[in-house]
Design a protein around this ligand. Sequence first.
Ligand code: NAD
Length: 697
Amino acid sequence: MAMLRTENHGAVAVLTMENPPVNGLGHALRTAIVDALHEAQADPAIKAVVITGGGTAFSGGADIREFNSPKAMAEPTLFTVIREIEKSPKPVIAAIHSVCMGGGLELALGCHFRVAAPKAKIALPEVKLGILPGAGGTQRLPRVVPLETALNMIVSGNPVNSEKLAGTPLFDAIIETDLVEGAIAFARQVVTENRGLPRVRDLAIMHEDAEAFLRFSLNTVTAMAKNFPAPAKCVEAITAAVLLPFDEGIARERALFLELLQTPESRALRHAFFAERAASKIPDVPADTPLRPVTTAAVIGAGTMGGGITMNFVNAGIPVHLLEANAEALERGMGTIRRNYENSAKKGRIKAEDVEKRMALIKPTMSYADLGGDDIVVEAAFEDMDVKRAVFGELDKTMKPGAILATNTSTLDVNQIAGFTGRPGDVIGMHFFSPANVMKLLEIVRGAKTSKDVLATVMKLSKTLRKTGVVAGVCDGFIGNRMIEQYSRQAGFMVDEGASPAQVDRAVEKFGFAMGPFRMGDLAGNDVGWYIRKRRYIEKPHMAYSRLADRLCELGRFGQKTGAGWYRYEPGNRKALPDPLVDTLIADYRSELGIKPRKISDEEIVHRLVFSLVNEGAKILEDGIALRASDIDLIYLSGYGFPLWRGGPMLYADMYGLYNVVNRMKEFAANPYGDPGFWQPAPLMAKLLAEGKSFTG
Ligand code: NAD
C-alpha cells in the first residue's frame, strides 16, 4: 500500500501520510517521506513542501507493529528523516490537524514551520512506556515552548491541545478553516516573503534560571516517580538541552534513551501496553464478528456488586433496570448509589446536576416483566446455585430473544448456570471486582456454549464501560482468584513456619504490591476465605491449609468490619495496629503443630508468594483457561495491585529467569511444612525451559 500521497498544488507539494490507523512512522512510511522530499527538491517547479496526515491523525509516532523488530531501527530512521527535512533547501511545513504525538511531534519539530488546527492533541508520551523521546523531542520542544511547559509535557506524557500552545514558536499559525488549504496558503506566503529556513535547533532556550529550575525539578520528579527511572531521565535530557550545544544534547538524549530501553521498568511498561492490546484479540473470534446492540441494561441484585455494576452502565449513559427480590434491599441499594454520586459531586468529579441525571437513568423494579426488552442483564444476586437457578429460570422466561444473560458469580460454574436456560449461547460471565464502579478489571468468562457474537459484544462493552476486559475460561476461581488462593495458602504456611503477618505484609508491600495478604484479608473480610476453605475441606480434603485463619474467624475476627482481624483497628480508623492476642494465637498454633519457628527472609517471603502465583498461572495456561501469559499479567496489574513496574507475575518470572524460578521452587519444596505437592513445577514450565522459551516470548 502506498504510504504517502503526493499532490502538487502549483509550487507547493503536499505530502499526505497514509498509514492507518494513526500514521505510525514505520519503515515504509519513513522511506516514502525521504523519497518524496528528494523528488520535490529535484523539481524546479516546487518551491515548498507541506507534510500532513490523512485520516484521524497527523502521526501518532512510531509504528507499534514494528516494535522490537529490526525495521524499527532500520534506515532511514526518524533521525535521518528529520535531518533530511532540516537540511532541505526548500521550506517544509508541517500541517497538524489532529493527533501529533511522539515521533509525529519530533518530525514536526524538524520542519521549518508548523501550522495546526485548534484542538490537535500534542504530546510526547514516551515516558508512559518507560523511555524518553529519542529523536530530538527533549532537545527541540524546550526551544519552542516555555521550559516549564516542555518539562511537564515530557515528564507526564500527557497531551496538550494545540490552541493552548498558540503564540509560542511551536506553531507559526493556528488555522481555523480547512487546514491543508491554509497550510498551502501559508507555504506560498513563506516563499513570497522569502522567510528563509528557520530551524528549531538554532533557537535558544529562554528561562531566567533554567539550571536552578531543572535541579529543583529533578529532585521533585525523582521523589514522585519513585519506582520509575524514566521521568528523572527526561529531566536529565532536558538539562542537556539547556547546558550543551545542540548536537551534544542530541547525543546525550540518545544515550539516555538507549539506557532506559534496557531497564526492567521499561520492559514492564511496554509489556503492559501490549498486554492491553492483545487482550481484546480472541483467536477464534474474528475482529469483524457482528455485535449485538447494547443500549439498555438490567442488573439483578442491588447489593455491593449490583450497585457498582449499575453505576458502570449509567456512567456510560446506558439506562438500567435494577431488580431486587426485596423492597428494603432495593431502597438501600438505590440510596447507596445516590450517596456515591453525591460524594463524587462533592469532590468535584462530576457536576452537581449530574447526580439527578444519572439517578434518572436507573429504574428500580421488583418485576421481571420490566426487564424483558433490555439488551443485556447482569445478575449479581447471592452466591448460591439455587438462587442462580431461580434467577436464570426467570430471565429465560422474560428476556427478549437475543438478550445477553450475564452472571457476576465469582466461584460458581458458569456452564451450569447457562444450563438453567434454554439459551446457553446467550449466557456469559462478567466478573467485576469490588468496588465495581472503581476497579478496572473485568474477567469475561466464556462458557462452553457462549456464542462468539456474545463474547465479542461483551468485550466491546468492557471498553464502553471503561474496563480492562480479559477473557477467562470456566474453572473454580477463573484466573485471578484461582491464583490468589495459592498465594493465600502460601502466606498462611509462612506464618505457621515463623513469619509474622506484619512481616509478610511489609515484605510484599516493599516489593510493590498495593497491600499484603493479611491487610487485604482484613479489608475484604476474612470470612470470605473461611467460607471458601470450608467448602475446600470437603471437596479437596488432601489440600493443606494453615488453619490459623480459621481460628481467627472462630473468634469473630473478620477484619475491619468487626474491628479486629490479623490486626486490631481503632473505631473509624483503617490503620492496622499490632495485636498481642494474634501473636499468642500464632504461638499456640505453632506449638500444637510442633513447629520450631525459624526466621524467614523477606526475599523468601516475596518469592514464595509471587512464584505460587506463577506456578498456578502456568497451570491456567496449560488448561487453556487464559489465552496468553500477558492476559494473566493484565489481570494482576489491573485487579490485584501487582506493581506495574514489575509487569505482572508472568513477566516477573521471565525476567527472573524460568530456570532460576524452578530452582527456587525446588528449594521451597524441601521445606518440611505445608502441602508437599505445592512446589511441583507446572509441566508447562519444564516444557518452556526445555525449549529455551519463556511465558511472554
Ligand atoms: P450482596 O449480598 O451484597 O448483594 C446481593 C443482593 O442480591 C442482595 O441485595 C439481595 O437482596 C439480592 N438478591 C438475592 N437474591 C435475589 C434474587 N433471587 N433476585 C433478586 N435479588 C436477589 O452480594 P454481593 O457481594 O453484591 O455479591 C453478588 C454476586 O457478585 C455474587 O454472585 C458474588 O459472588 C459476586 N461477586 C462478589 C464480589 C465481592 O467482592 N463482593 C466480587 C465479585 C463477584
